[in-house]
Design a protein around this ligand. Structure first.
Ligand code: CAA
Length: 261
């Protein structure tokens, strides 16, 4: 079923609790123009607010997850306009989504496309996936996390090489470096991502939200503050019915039935 009416993305529900968002500018290799990103923000916010949704899968086409910010839209932008409008600032809305977002990447994930994948919580890669930050070839640098999230994911030397030379890395290298969680077989990346979403959908959604919040806090906090924050989140879950149910079910050797309360 198709949900919402958008021009640059497709929204569907391939499995219970899972929303699939497909970037749909195939002729432009899913170049991320401002209209597309507005729709993406709208669709992810709607999924976040919908109690029947537990996880979001974000994908592109076989050839391209996304080949970056739309260069044709961007080429005549002037500094004053970029600064006054906080150009690309609205991309960070994706990082405020509370529900897990799984990127299913086939083909090119370049520039803003690589940065978009890195804003997601889990990246699964098809064998054809290629990640890169080629902005340097355009006389600029990444503007949506390519110098920051990539460095945290793969370390300084690889991030420097990718940002300074524009070298792409393939799926296997991306997995070896920890940029993606795994490489799946050809043609199965969306199905595998939906399966991950379905697994997440069966857990306590309160615990899922806390787990995402905890992992993300590790990027912002010192180890001491981070583990303290984690412990407080952990304590708070003892106020939920799902904790009572989860632990009672274990003790009684049965499957838990979480109510997200
Ligand atoms: N913006 C706008 N249009 C793009 C695009 C982009 N980022 N990437 C591809 N397209 C368009 C092409 O212009 C082409 O359109 P036409 O058919 O109208 O000519 C169409 O998509 C197909 O692309 P190609 O013919 O180039 O396909 P290819 O297979 O020969 O090459 C590619 C594929 C290597 C990915 C090449 O398209 C390419 O280098 N794209 C640009 C990659 C890039 O530089 N990305 C970074 C953008 S800047 C950025 O993202 C800033 C940021 O940090 C936020």
């Amino acid at each position: 079923a198709s949900i919402g009416s958008y021009e640059n993305i497709l929204v569907s529900q391939p499995a219970s609790g899972v929303t699939l968002i497909t970037l749909n500018r195939p002729k432009a290799l899913n170049a991320l123009n401002s209209a597309l990103f507005r729709e993406l923000n709208d669709a992810t916010e709607a999924a976040d607010a919908d109690p029947s949704v537990s996880a979001i899968v974000l994908t592109g086409s076989e050839k391209a997850f996304a080949a970056g910010a739309d260069i044709k839209e961007m080429k005549d932008v002037e500094y004053a306009h970029a600064y006054k409008t906080n150009f690309l600032g609205h991309w960070t809305k994706l990082t405020t989504i509370k529900k897990p977002i799984i990127a299913a990447v086939s083909g090119f994930a370049l520039g803003g496309g690589c940065e978009l994948a890195m804003m997601c919580d889990i990246i699964l890669a098809a064998p054809t996936a290629q990640f890169g930050q080629p902005e340097i070839n355009l006389g600029v640098i990444p503007g949506a996390g390519g110098t920051q999230r990539l460095t945290k994911a793969v370390g300084k030397s690889v991030a420097m090489e990718m940002n300074l030379t524009g070298r792409f890395i393939g799926a296997d290298e991306a997995a070896q470096r920890g940029l993606v969680s795994r490489v799946v077989t050809e043609g199965s990346v969306v199905d595998e991502a939906v399966k991950v979403g379905s697994i997440i959908a069966k857990k306590s959604q309160i615990a899922i939200q806390a787990a995402k919040e905890g992992v993300n806090a590790s990027f912002e906090l010192s180890l001491q503050e981070g583990t303290r924050f984690e412990r407080r989140l952990f304590h708070s879950l003892f106020a939920t019915k799902d904790q009572k149910e989860g632990m009672a079910a274990f003790a009684e050797k049965r499957k838990p039935s979480f109510k997200n309360e």
